[in-house]
Design a protein around this ligand. Sequence first.
Ligand code: S3P
Length: 175
Amino acid sequence: METQVDKIFLVGFMGSGKSTLGKKIAKKLNLPFFDLDDCIEQKTGKKIAELFNDNGESFFRDIESQQLTELINNEEKYIISLGGGTPCFNNNMDLINNSGASVYLKYNTGILVSRLENAKADRPLLKNKSKEELSAFVGDLLNKREKYYLKSKFIIEGTNITSNQILDLLFQNRE
Ligand code: S3P
């Protein structure tokens, strides 16, 4: 499949499947794939949870923006899955939208909570939360973050978003 867009950014809350879908799309388009969290871990030699614990969230956000800028400036064509917080800090979302196609994988709180219940351990913001606490936390944070996510050029809403849906949306006008 020929791509008209050079850089595709997958945007969405934790648990929305950005990394899994990103890898699939990259394979189908035969493009490189980056996971911003993995790039940060490689760069710093620390796990995301360690960075939060040892250095604090604002340090993590600085590194996250630096790493994003580096990838935008130094790499040509790729799919990248962002962290759930990436669009909401510094001027990241403007930078993203000035550099390629952003796609928001939009799920409601209920779906996100059920997707995240078994995936809390590696996520410093969710660790040790009970189901009730997780629900309240996700609802509240999604409320605060959605205005950034909604700046994405493309929005897909669903109960189980697939890589084909994303490709159709991105390339629906292709010849
Ligand atoms: C975060 C999401 C995580 C990771 C970090 C902070 C967030 O990425 O960047 O734990 O603020 O929502 P995923 O969305 O891939 O879980």
